[in-house]
Ligand binder design. Structure first.
Ligand code: IMP
Ligand code: MG
Length: 179
């Protein structure tokens, strides 16, 4: 594969592993005996979801939702649901698993949607957080893996135009790739 657009590694796969284990431990403690329902957001969070759920040491269930709001490297601000959750959410303790919080629009809209569908509680775990891009100020993100600077990043599930999801590290995409 041609990785010439990747300028540097921001977070190595070892650092990701360590942090995912810590998040798993914290969530296990908080949700012990509550049978939480993890809802991974496709496609960006699929690798994080797969790794995180194996660090959850209490009974839990898993579903996915497919959303999109990005056109290549630009947020369109319009959140589209491409495929819905399959499991009933009524009375469930839902944990949304997200790859990155950027403007916050995707998560605000999902949190509201799941509450409207009858979830008992809705919390968010996001591997990455880009605070400098936040538009929605009052969005609570209960579990965050790493705060990152204002760079467009790829790898570990995150894409640019559907590419680079397979990189094991989280890398900065060179601006020349999208300008
Ligand atoms: P938000 O609604 O603006 O918070 O956008 C969140 C979604 O945008 C994430 O779930 C990602 O799919 C995508 N996204 C935001 N920043 C990046 C980035 O740096 N690299 C890849 N995808 C990103
Ligand atoms: Mg996403």
């Amino acid at each position: 594969m041609d990785n010439s657009d990747i300028s540097n590694v921001l977070i190595t796969s070892d650092e990701i592993d360590k942090r995912v284990k810590e998040l798993g431990k914290e969530i296990t403690e908080d949700y012990s005996g509550m049978n939480p329902l993890f809802v991974g957001t496709l496609k960006g969070a699929v690798i994080f979801t797969a790794d995180l759920i194996r660090e959850i040491k209490t009974a839990c269930e898993l579903d996915f939702i497919s959303v999109s709001s990005y056109d290549k490297s630009e947020s369109t601000g319009i959140v589209t649901i491409n495929s819905e959750t399959k499991m009933p959410l009524v009375g469930r303790n839902v944990i949304i698993v997200e790859d990155i919080v950027d403007t916050g629009k995707t998560l605000l809209s999902l949190k509201q949607r799941f509450k409207d569908l009858g979830a008992k509680s809705v919390k968010i775990v996001s591997l990455l957080n880009k605070p400098s891009h936040r538009i929605i100020d009052d969005l609570d993100v209960e579990y965050i893996g790493f705060d990152i600077p204002d760079e467009f990043i790829v790898g570990y599930g995150l894409d640019f135009d559907e590419k680079y999801r397979n990189l094991p590290d989280i890398c900065v995409l060179d601006e020349s790739a999208y300008q």
